[in-house]
Design a binder for this molecule. Sequence first.
Ligand code: MLT
Length: 250
Amino acid sequence: MKVEVFFTPGELAGQELPERVVVIDVLRATSTMVEALANGARSILPVATVDEAARIAQNIGRDTVLLCGERKALPIDGFDLGNSPAEFTAERVRGKSLVMTTTNGTRAFLAVAERRGGDGERRSKVLASSFLNLGAVVAELATAGAGGANGVTLVCAGREGRFALEDAVCAGAVVRGLEESGPALELNDGAIAARGLARRHMADLHRMLELTTAGRHLGDAGLGDNLSFCAQVGRSDVVPRFRERKLTLE
Ligand code: MLT
């Protein structure tokens, strides 16, 4: 199976995507998506801007959706929830449709959708990964791989168009999981590098997250407790799927 890792959505330019794509934004969009859907949220609609999120909520009916997300890591004025996964408890999100806008993570999903469109999007399997659901993502990819699917591309959200260590380590952990669970993989340079970073950092994820730009930024914003939450490997066994613009567990 061919496994490619791209460290920013910008690297997708000119790439043909395989059916299966995994989007990773450890701090914090995909960690939050996993937690929200695991706690019973009905769906998550990722959108690019605050205005667009507010307009969609207005159109659907402000009372029927939860607006969530961040700018500069902080909750957005007038929104119901920020982007800290611990906020997305069953009490808050069960049965709700979420509209989410974040600086990097939601945009990574939109970048993948843009590269497909139409039939391509309907046929494809775009999954959300974080450390929280790492094992479940590996199991899902490994099962599909045995069925002969044509490889997987892992897309790191990165940070403002740049490399983010935490996403690369998570991508590398997926690569390692796939190597342990199946036949030899054909890796691109990104996947080889990510695997090396996972070897180096998986033993102390909390420390790794503290070292990162995003981790330090969260600490400075008084959100340092997000790091221990997002470092929990295997907290969840859900695999969010992005289809027809929404993330669900269907
Ligand atoms: C993002 O999507 O940019 C992040 O998740 C940022 C954050 O949560 O602070």
